[in-house]
Ligand binder design. Structure first.
Ligand code: SF4
Ligand code: SF4
Length: 347
């Protein structure tokens, strides 16, 4: 199905963003101490959709919070009283996210598979249904990016509802990608000018230029096939030797979704939290009886790499890595998933 394409310039785009931020509950990258994160804004001057957020941060916490209270409890001699009435309602109304990158939006599409599988996470689904994703296509790849090497069509991705493309001719294109995006642009608080017939061609030129800027490239199909026979590769031991198990790679990843449930309690009163966890955590697979099937680093790293590049694909048909490079940028000991899967596959 083909949807509307509009064209504007820098000033027009800023006016569009500003009107959106004034009309809807809007989130955009906001700078704090030199780092960007998604925050609520009411005017565009408070945020920056063109920020380098793709380098370090994911939109995942707006759908799957880092740590959130799920219930309160109070114990007395006879019973435990439970209350779901917690501050900061987990549900969410209609909202718009500006400045999300293609890889991050794809991350949500990948998460959708697991969140609508054996257990339906209604909180996550409600947030997905109520959110309009307005993505900005990157002009240049970062040094750790490899999204174009994976199993999804970055150029024609429908992981977002609207995409913004900076044409090489100086024009800025605003294209609806889904029906939700089409309806959203039709209701735009500022009038938008329909783009000329050359807009598709101009967006293709921008994509070609972006595609040619990648330093990291791999043959995904080949890597995926080779990894299927590498469960016993000694390379997992070598590559995981320096890992300090900080779990940063998982927390910053758009597709990692391990979590833990913990009770914080003082005397008889407490709160139950759902918080990020990671399969790289020593205790993640520790069982009540004391057995841990992944007691050593290489087994945990093997699980991480194989889950991302083999198992999830087998179960859900999509790769559990979108090639954003966040993990490589953030890892304190410079471990890169790109390097790991290439080394193991070719071992
Ligand atoms: S594993 Fe690394 S490169 Fe892949 S999606 Fe997660 S953070 Fe991005
Ligand atoms: S960020 Fe690096 S050191 Fe930390 S758990 Fe991940 S691979 Fe290991």
């Amino acid at each position: 199905m083909s949807f509307s394409i509009y064209e504007t310039d820098k000033q027009g785009l800023t006016a569009f963003y500003d009107a959106v931020a004034g009309k809807f509950e809007t989130y955009a990258p906001v700078e704090k101490f030199g780092k960007f994160d998604y925050r609520r804004i009411t005017k565009i001057a408070e945020g920056n959709p063109d920020s380098p957020i793709a380098a370090t941060m994911t939109v995942k916490p707006l759908f799957f919070p880092k740590s959130s209270p799920i219930l309160k409890f109070q114990e007395n001699k006879e019973e435990t009283l439970i209350s779901n009435n917690i501050e900061g309602d987990l549900s969410s109304g209609k909202r718009v996210i500006l400045g999300i990158r293609h890889c991050d939006a794809r991350g949500l599409q990948v998460l959708d598979k697991v969140y609508s599988w054996d257990f339906i996470d209604t909180d996550y689904q409600k947030k997905r249904e109520n959110t309009i994703l307005v993505s900005t296509r990157c002009d240049k790849a970062g040094v750790n990016c490899f999204c174009t090497s994976l199993d999804y069509d970055v150029e024609n991705s429908d992981a977002h509802d609207v995409k913004i493309v900076n044409g090489l001719n100086g024009k800025i294109y605003i294209k609806a990608v889904t029906q939700k995006g089409e309806d959203f642009l039709k209701e735009s608080p500022v009038s938008l000018k329909l783009a000329g017939n050359d807009s598709d061609e101009e967006m293709k030129k921008q994509y070609k230029s972006f595609e040619s800027s990648f330093r990291l490239k791999m043959n995904y199909k080949e890597i995926n096939e080779k990894l299927q026979n590498k469960f016993d590769s000694p390379e997992f031991e070598t590559i995981s030797r320096n890992c300090i198990g900080c779990n940063t790679c998982a927390f910053i990843c758009p597709t990692c979704h391990c979590f833990k449930i913990s009770d914080e309690k003082i005397r008889d009163t407490g709160v139950r939290y759902k918080s990020y966890d990671s399969c790289n955590n020593t205790y993640f697979t520790l069982m009540a009886g004391g057995h841990n099937p992944r007691p050593v680093k290489y087994r945990r790293w093997r699980q991480r790499a194989m889950h991302k590049f083999v198992y999830y694909k087998e179960r859900f048909g999509v790769n559990l890595c979108v090639g954003c490079g966040h993990c490589a940028i953030s890892c304190p000991v410079n471990i890169s998933i790109f390097e790991v899967v290439n080394k193991v596959a070719n071992s």
